[in-house]
Design a protein around this ligand. Structure first.
Ligand SMILES: NC(=O)c1ccc[n+]([C@@H]2O[C@H](COP(=O)([O-])OP(=O)(O)OC[C@H]3O[C@@H](n4cnc5c(N)ncnc54)[C@H](OP(=O)(O)O)[C@@H]3O)[C@@H](O)[C@H]2O)c1
Length: 479
């Protein structure tokens, strides 16, 4: 008796061929659409092609090792599958149809005898596996999910110390992930600008976006570190569309120049991730005389985002993502002391107030830029194991290390907000692990509308006053 079992399933989706091929060929994301898969990992770096390997961990407790044997862009993917349980050859073929794209999945499994016998007796079981997989893929590619709405239960839990804090750990991430939808939106024609992309959350976001094929502009202050990051990202993803812009984001003259360069380049900005950040103890001042947390965490994203408005408005589905922190829950904006000059300075307080300010801007931009189609959201990465946390908060780091999530897990919501179709429908909100959370947990931190206006006016004035005077051109000869 033959031990060979064949599955043959075809779906048709109303998406362009290139988009469908791009999503399926990122085969490590199979956990988004195959209900039997726990996790997919690409085990060798570079662009997917002949020789690329994926390890697929099944929920049933075993793993499959895939090796791409043949790879024809927009046509076909042929993979050898090896595992302790069986071997297989899987072929996925793609074809343009009047309705969009058809995807055919053809798998030949070589099962050990007992499994082959079981299949003979219960042929429906394997066929169901094949059907579930392809229905999952169809659902992922249909991509018509509604973004999660604000939930009263979540907001109530946030107010309780333990459930609120638990969410920030890797356990909170794991729990929320169970509720996520696939993310198949096409990114290969989109451009992301990410500040603070040389480390931690920003670096992880850059890698995830590069893996999806987006073009990336990394904003960094250190050229050597930025160049090393570019090499690292290319090696990991094979994406060469990665550029560097040098700017010290605590120096407003650099921020103005950066915004001007990006706008002048004429390239739309589809995604802006305001991520660069640090916590300063003791109080520090920038060369321009600003308290450093205010400069880096609030004034810089304000000037950059305002400056990039035309480049954002020129994009098809522009997104601004502000990376905030749960720390903002502890503070109200102090418009009369934005630079923490009064009283005893605390780095954590200055940090939290600046993040609170950026939350206010998120809400203001969301409203006033809606007509330009610019979607603006804010997110909390949770507590992620990054160099920033280790150096700025050594005691906290030592205490919580076991529960910290990875930088990749911390970056996920920023990437989701920047890319997913579902997130494009909601603006002006605060998110953690792809779920909406309230922007205040206590009425004591809510600012008045007068405070909002003062904040906006102060930032606008500083934007004007920090703009370096334009160099005068050569005087024209009078006629
Ligand atoms: N990790 C967490 O648990 C956590 C929690 C809440 C919020 N956050 C927020 O997440 C964001 C990223 O933090 P992280 O934990 O990933 O920290 P990180 O590992 O220290 O990364 C910070 C990034 O910001 C850049 N940066 C800092 N100052 C800069 C400046 N003056 N000009 C340009 N770039 C500058 C750093 O550049 P260099 O590489 O040159 O230093 C680095 O790329 C921050 O906004 C932080 O507030 C993080």
């Amino acid at each position: 008796m033959s031990n060979l079992v064949t599955l043959d399933e075809t779906i048709v989706v109303s998406r362009p061929l290139g988009e469908v091929f791009a999503y399926v060929s990122e085969f490590n994301r199979i956990d988004e659409w195959d209900p039997a898969v726990a996790k997919g990992t690409k085990t060798n770096g570079g662009k997917t092609g002949v020789g690329t390997q994926f390890r697929i961990d099944m929920k049933a407790g075993f793993s499959l090792d895939y090796t791409v044997r043949e790879f024809e862009v927009d046509k076909r993917l042929l993979m050898d599958v090896d595992s302790n349980v069986f071997t297989a050859v899987e072929e996925i073929t793609f074809c343009e149809t009047p309705a969009g794209t058809s995807v055919r999945y053809l798998a030949r499994f070589d099962f050990p005898k007992p499994l082959a016998v079981a299949h003979k007796i219960y042929p429906g079981l394997m066929n169901k596996v094949g059907k579930d997989t392809m229905e999952g893929l169809q659902r992922a590619l249909n991509d018509n999910f509604a973004a999660p709405e604000a939930s009263r239960a979540l907001a109530t839990a946030d107010k309780l110390v333990l459930p609120g804090i638990w969410r920030f750990t890797k356990l909170g991430y794991k729990e929320a992930k169970k509720r996520w939808k696939p993310l198949s939106a096409y990114q290969r024609d989109r451009h992301a600008v990410i500040t603070g992309a040389t480390s931690g959350v920003g670096l992880a976001a850059a890698e995830q976006l590069a893996a999806m094929g987006a073009s990336i502009t990394l904003v960094a202050r250190d050229k050597a570190k930025a160049d090393a990051t570019v090499r690292e990202l290319i090696a990991a993803t094979g994406n060469r569309q990665i550029k560097v812009e040098i700017a010290d984001m605590s120096a407003m003259r650099d921020v103005h120049a950066l915004a001007d360069r990006l706008v002048k380049s004429g390239r739309p900005v589809d995604m802006l991730i305001n991520n660069a950040g640090a916590l300063f103890n003791p109080r520090q001042q920038t060369v321009e005389g600003f308290e450093k947390s205010f400069a880096l965490l609030l004034l810089a994203p304000y000037i950059l985002t305002e400056g990039l408005r035309p480049a954002l408005a020129a994009a098809d589905s522009p997104r601004v993502v502000n990376v905030l922190s749960g720390g903002m829950y502890s503070q109200k904006i102090r418009v009369d002391d934005l630079q923490s000059k009064r009283g005893r300075y605390s780095g954590a307080t200055a940090y939290a107030r600046a993040k609170r300010g950026l939350m206010i801007l998120t809400e203001e931009w969301a409203q006033s830029w809606a007509d330009d189609g610019i979607v603006v959201n804010a997110m909390h990465p949770g507590w992620a194991d990054t160099p920033g946390v280790e150096t700025a908060l050594p005691a906290f780091y030592k205490l919580t290390r076991k529960f910290l999530r990875s930088p990749e897990e911390g970056a996920d919501t920023a990437v989701w907000l920047a890319t997913s179709t579902e997130a494009g429908a909601v603006t002006g909100k605060f998110w953690l692990d792809r779920e909406q959370h309230p922007s205040h947990l206590s009425p004591l931190t809510v600012e008045s509308s007068k405070d909002r206006q003062t904040l906006l006016q102060t930032l606008a004035d500083l934007r004007t006053s920090t703009r370096p005077a334009r160099k005068r051109g050569r005087p024209r000869k009078s006629a």
